[in-house]
Design a protein around this ligand. Structure first.
Ligand code: NAI
Ligand code: MG
Length: 354
């Protein structure tokens, strides 16, 4: 099978880590029967400065018509609003209907506690529909925003969380050491206060996870979002798969990333029907750009995660194992992990293990 992968480095260290993502895919053993073709695509702040748009139509149309998946680095965003500029990754999620944002958070060297969870965030609605208005009233200005929750979006995101829980179980059964007894999905919401919107998310997610293929296999529990934050920090080892509406998922997933030490380790994928974009969680890191010291691991893991959603689990497992090997040995680590290795040395070490 040949996979065509769009490469969108973006800005800053995106340009340093995306080439590493390409190299790890190219280095996968031939015995897997996988070949790759790569298409270089543009997006980001530099693209905006050159072309007046942050996400050229060409990038979207090539991804849509000509690619099986993509890797996205990071883009720099101006801190104050710039006319005509809007975030390309947010636009891409919409244009390609990438309705799930999936973020695994996992420790390899398990101090102080082992963590191995995946946060599955709904990516298309909730407060992020951005329908905001401001009006003048006798009390001064009043601003309002729409929080939209649909059955369709809640159902498909909960189903995806269930599928991920099953797949993780399968991988564990194949011999990976695990901190979890069985697959568990935790539904996060605030339906005690927002009984209509979060109430609909909760009941729809419950229903989706009661489907026959999850029954008796995937345990389902609920956690109100504020106590979820508390427990996430107190007892992170208790969680397997967490599913949440957009806003809570955004906050929980960044918080969870803090549990494993460096943003440079945490991958994500934006997933739709038959398409996935791997994306490291970090930004363009202007403070270290151009020094050759960015940690490539978030991107390498994002490449693996993309492969998982393109049904290439065996290839993904090889990449995860090579990365874990590097971290377990702890000899060639980048500065964000307390080491002194350059990006290139970390990549070489992981390629050698692969
Ligand atoms: P950042 O993630 O770029 O950096 C935060 C800190 O983590 C910095 O000290 C950086 O050096 C370090 N860091 C991040 N990734 C690293 C890696 N792979 N290896 C080693 N150290 C790493 O977040 P920040 O500084 O808030 O934002 C910088 C720019 O990135 C801004 O323009 C922001 O808008 C953009 N950004 C873009 C994102 C995206 O494209 N999805 C996400 C977050 C920020
Ligand atoms: Mg975020």
């Amino acid at each position: 099978r040949t996979l065509r992968i769009g490469l969108i480095p973006g800005d800053g260290i995106g340009k340093e880590v995306i080439p590493a993502g390409r190299r790890i895919l190219e280095a996968l053993p031939a015995s897997l029967g996988l070949k790759f073709e790569f298409v270089d695509l543009k997006a980001g702040w530099e693209t905006f400065e050159q072309q007046g748009v942050a996400l050229p139509d060409e990038t979207v149309s090539i991804l849509k018509s000509d690619c099986d998946g993509a890797l996205f680095g990071a883009v720099s965003s101006p801190t104050t609003a710039v006319k005509g500029y809007s975030s390309p990754i947010v636009a891409l999620r919409k244009k390609l209907d990438l309705y799930a944002n999936v973020r695994p958070v996992k420790t390899v060297v398990s101090a102080p506690k082992p963590i191995d969870m995946v946060i599955v965030r709904e990516n298309t609605e909730d407060l992020y529909v951005k329908e905001e208005t401001t009006r003048d009233t006798p009390d001064g200005k009043v601003a309002e925003a729409i929080k939209r929750i649909s059955q369709r979006a809640s159902s498909r995101i909960a189903t995806m969380a269930g599928e991920i829980a099953l797949r993780r179980q399968k991988i564990r059964a194949a011999g990976s050491p695990s901190i979890h007894a069985g697959p568990l999905v935790t539904i996060t919401h605030k339906s005690n206060v927002l009984s209509q919107t979060d109430g609909l998310f909760r009941s729809t997610a419950r229903e989706a996870l009661a489907a026959p293929r999850f029954q008796g296999t995937v345990a389902v529990e609920e956690q109100i979002v504020d106590s979820m934050v508390y427990k996430l920090f107190r007892q992170p080892e208790a969680y397997d798969v967490i599913v949440a509406p957009n806003l809570y998922g955004d906050i929980l997933s960044d918080g969870a990333a803090a549990l494993v030490g460096s943003l440079g380790l945490v991958p994500s994928a934006n997933v739709g029907e038959g398409f996935a974009i791997g994306e490291p969680c970090h930004g363009s890191a202007p403070d270290i750009q151009g020094q050759g010291i960015a940690n490539p691991i978030a991107t390498l893991r994002s490449a693996a995660l993309m492969l998982e959603f393109l049904n290439e689990e065996a290839a993904a497992a090889k990449i995860y194992a090579a990365v874990d090997g590097n971290l377990e040995e702890g000899r060639l680590l980048s500065p964000d992990l307390g080491g002194s290795a350059k990006t290139e040395e970390v990549v070489q070490d992981i390629l050698r293990r692969l």
